[in-house]
Design a protein around this ligand. Structure first.
Ligand SMILES: [Zn+2]
Length: 314
């Protein structure tokens, strides 16, 4: 924190949010004024709003509850870090739940009108001429969540305290849209809405050591508008077919090749043992394919592996 120059400061009162630019190398800090308050957060590329924060890729890379060191990724095909969490004094965030919306409070409790993150986000970003349809799934700071034994998500008590903060380093110029989550009848913010402080700082040299290179890390696959066959943003609402459309799908037609594999007796027996478990396919070829790719993932796959061997039902 030391050495950072404060550029902007804004106190978000309950029921409100704000859209504010954060340029590459600057640090956005969101702080608890009272404690126990969830902040929904969204971000757009400041120079191209069609590139926006993506909970899905962020979840894939950093799990359901990202904290310090995690990037906030943009959606495919841009697929790049937009912001990085430099500090997180509480470490209790969520990218599993969507933003709360007016319909939720109506459905759950018959409450309408009611404060809700979607409407707050939409109203905040209207300052930049974005529409309610441009609100995307949010990063939920200080939303304490998990998954129960039946696979269902749950919301636990908010663990943040007065003074807790998160620092977000902008990797590209973004329009950041934080808001005070409007859910007072859920446990998200311990059943009461409290203000949050938003500050933008000029980043220090130490902050900038966490900047990713400007150039894409995977230039073949982190795409920009210049790679699009359809670069024009639709301005009308109805969907009508393009009479000149001719599909060009990647690598189509796909080619496949059968690969004969010679097994010795021990290998054949090992595959037969795998098949006998009922977990790895119905014949030696399927079991071998499983064994090969399990090895390939363990030895060659970079990043989070998301691999768990099949287990017999109990
Ligand atoms: Zn909310």
């Amino acid at each position: 924190m030391s050495g950072r120059t404060l550029l902007t400061e804004h106190r978000m009162e309950p029921g409100t949010g704000i859209a504010l630019p954060v340029m590459r190398g600057q640090v956005l800090r969101i702080s608890q004024v009272v404690g126990g308050q969830c902040a929904d957060f969204n971000a757009f590329n400041l120079h191209d709003y069609k590139e926006h924060f993506h909970t899905g890729r962020t979840r894939h890379m950093h799990g359901m509850n990202p904290t310090t060191g995690a990037h906030l990724w943009s959606a495919p095909p841009r697929d790049r870090p937009m912001l990085t969490i430099l500090a997180d004094t509480c470490g209790s965030n969520d990218v599993m739940y969507p933003r709360c919306s007016a319909m939720l409070f109506d459905m759950h409790f018959g409450l309408s009108p009611h404060t809700n993150c979607h409407d707050i986000q939409a109203e905040a970003q209207r300052a930049y001429a974005l529409t309610p349809d441009d609100v995307h799934d949010s990063f939920n700071f200080w939303m304490n969540t998990g998954i129960d034994g039946d696979g269902n998500p749950f919301i636990a008590p908010n663990r943040s305290r007065e003074g807790d903060f998160v620092d977000l380093l902008a990797q590209i110029d973004v329009l950041a849209v934080p808001n005070v989550c409007g859910a007072d009848v859920m446990q998200t913010s311990n059943f009461a809405l409290k203000p949050l402080l938003v500050q933008v700082f000029e980043g220090t040299e130490e902050d900038h050591t966490h900047l990713e290179p400007n150039e894409p890390r995977f230039p073949r696959t982190q795409r920009s508008v210049s790679d699009f066959r359809q670069p024009v943003i639709k301005a009308d609402r109805a969907l009508v077919p393009d009479p000149g459309y001719a599909p060009e799908f990647t690598n189509v037609p796909l080619l496949t090749q059968r690969v004969p594999v010679t097994l010795d007796a021990a290998q054949a027996a090992a595959l037969d043992d795998m098949v006998a478990t009922g977990l790895f396919g119905t014949d030696r070829a399927e079991a071998l394919r499983f064994a090969f790719f399990a090895w390939y993932i363990q030895t060659h796959m970079q990043g989070p592996r998301h691999f768990r061997a099949p287990a017999a039902a109990t």
